[in-house]
Design a protein around this ligand. Structure first.
Ligand code: ADP
Length: 191
């Protein structure tokens, strides 16, 4: 089973590139951000997730890990999965390793999209016009997401680096060029 963690700060292009990886390798795409946004906003879980995500804070690990595991279990016959926006903390990374080990599989590689902060801010402000997302519209919330990424999420790359699974990919330039870089990294890992 091909298990690809697509990693990077908010606005790095994980969602866009996931769609392309999914099509080429026949993978299931799981975005925890998309799962949270699809929850009924009137439900307890929906309200809880929104109270964090609208302010650019991370949803607590316990809830996020459970949501992720139940999404994976919805696809028992998957050839592979792209994890987009998960794991975002060291605890989530450890939970994913344990969960996959129980399924006799493991993370194949982490692809980390590298994009400078100034570019992220520009992209997210632009996306706000079309996404309708509360967390894209406000420069302070964007900054909080970037700060939380640097503090809690960036160390997750070290976790996979220690396992020899981290590949950094330049996330700046034409979308198609970035896709080609990702394809090359995956093809090399599975060759
Ligand atoms: P982006 O990568 O652009 O910030 P996402 O759609 O991945 O957007 O996530 C939106 C929000 O959903 C995050 O700011 C956070 O509140 C919540 N979220 C998504 N994934 C996780 C996760 N793995 N752990 C905790 N919170 C998460």
């Amino acid at each position: 089973m091909l298990n690809i963690v697509l990693f990077g700060p908010p606005g790095a292009g994980k969602g866009t590139q996931s769609e392309r990886l999914k099509a080429r390798y026949g993978l299931v795409h799981i975005s925890t951000g998309d799962v949270f946004r699809a929850l009924d906003p009137e439900s307890e879980l929906g309200k809880l997730a929104k109270s964090y995500s609208d302010n650019g804070n991370l949803v607590p690990d316990e809830v996020t890990i459970q949501i992720l595991e139940s999404e994976v279990l919805k696809h028992p016959d998957a050839k592979g999965v792209i994890y987009d926006g998960f794991p975002r903390t060291s605890a989530q990374a450890e939970a994913l390793d344990k969960f996959l080990a129980k399924k006799d599989t493991s993370v194949t590689l982490m692809l980390s999209l590298i994009v400078p902060e100034e570019e992220l801010r520009t992209r997210l402000m632009g996306r706000a016009k079309v996404s309708g997302r509360a967390d894209d519209a406000d420069p302070q919330i964007i900054q909080n997401r970037i700060d939380n990424y640097n503090k809690s999420t960036a160390p997750v790359a070290d976790f996979y680096d220690a396992q020899g699974k981290l590949v950094e990919v330049d996330g700046v330039g034409p979308i198609d060029d970035i896709t080609q870089r990702l394809f090359a990294a995956i093809d090399e890992a599975i060759a």
